[in-house]
Design a protein around this ligand. Structure first.
Ligand code: B12
Length: 255
């Protein structure tokens, strides 16, 4: 059954796929899999290579490459879930690249429903690097994940044991926010301030200032490009303005 799923996934043009049983997935800060899908037994993790767009100095081009993966991966996850339900008589649920995510005080809106990095590592798709990103044996750091939860019993793949991070610290130096200075931890606020300047933090700042401004000042604020960027970011979803930790990593740079 795993081979049929693998053939189906790779046949869609997805770069790699791995399997983990729910019992081998451990992400202490994430919700329990059962709270999303009671009866789920396995997690199928799909891996997609990010294009060279992440190297572009133009952040709209870099973000567009991300949106390509997001669109493609959404369709692949859906097709796989349908394949499981139609052909393999299982139940399946999809987990997307990033959002929607729970927006709660306790987590600061920074914990996904399923931790795709923990799932990818458990599914034998790579190991964590110094940048707190998963490095895939062939795709390197430029890899994104989605997952499909299902009630089929699928054995976990062998974890990757090779040490793929070369400890060059290029990612640490490339981070303009110093968000990777402490090993094993991404400073979320530092990363967010730089990678999503038009995200929720920027939006709260803008609207708080707006609320305390005169009608004339408000008009000026709305005809300022800063507002247009906030508007566009909201329209797109999350708009990243930094890809440095991903694009600077020298591991697995073949196309
Ligand atoms: C919220 C989120 C963020 C937040 C918070 C990050 C965080 N601390 O988890 C912010 C906005 C900062 C962020 C930034 C980025 N993100 Co992000 N993000 C997510 C998201 C949606 C949820 C992550 C989550 O639930 N975190 C909460 C818990 C689970 O994390 P945690 O346990 O606190 O994690 C810490 C440690 O446990 C350790 N860790 C994490 N996983 C594992 C696994 C193992 C085995 C071990 C030992 C340790 C370990 O690293 C963390 C250090 O702070 C995931 C998608 C998803 N659903 O998983 C993408 C995801 C993690 N992001 C991703 C990417 C690419 C980015 C950025 C490069 C942004 C960009 N431009 O694309 C940066 C990278 C920042 C960095 N170097 O760490 C990719 C990573 C792909 C990869 N190759 O690993 C993911 C998986 C999206 C995807 N679908 O592929 N992200």
């Amino acid at each position: 059954m795993k081979q049929r799923i693998k053939d189906f996934v790779l046949g869609m043009g997805v770069d790699d796929v791995g399997f983990t049983s729910v019992s081998d997935y451990h992400s202490p800060r994430s919700p329990k899999v059962d709270s999303m899908m009671p009866g789920a037994r396995s997690i199928i993790v799909l891996a997609y290579r990010e294009l060279s767009t992440c190297e572009s100095p133009n952040m709209r081009i870099a973000m567009n490459g991300r949106m390509d993966v997001m669109d493609f991966s959404r369709s692949c996850s859906y097709k796989l879930a349908r394949f499981i339900e139609k052909e393999l008589e299982g139940r399946a649920m999809t987990i997307g690249v990033s959002y929607p995510m729970a927006m709660e005080q306790e987590t600061g809106g920074s914990v996904g429903e399923l931790s795709l990095r923990h799932a990818a590592v458990a599914a034998g798709l790579g190991v964590m690097g110094r940048h707190n990103l998963v490095i895939h044996p062939e795709l390197g750091t430029r890899v994104l994940f989605t997952a499909v939860l299902c009630d089929l019993e699928l054995a976990s793949d062998q974890p990757v044991t090779a040490e793929l991070c070369i400890d060059c610290d290029i990612c640490v130096e490339a981070c303009p926010a110093g968000a990777l200075d402490e090993e094993g931890l991404t400073n979320v606020n530092k990363c967010l301030g730089r990678s999503q300047p038009w995200g929720i933090g920027g939006s709260i700042k803008f609207w708080s200032k707006f609320a305390g401004s005169t009608p004339e000042q408000q008009k000026q604020m709305l005809i300022d490009p800063h507002y247009w960027r906030l508007y566009q970011a909201q329209l797109i979803g999350f708009q990243y303005n930094c890809f440095n930790c991903m694009s600077s990593c020298p591991v697995g740079l073949k196309r």
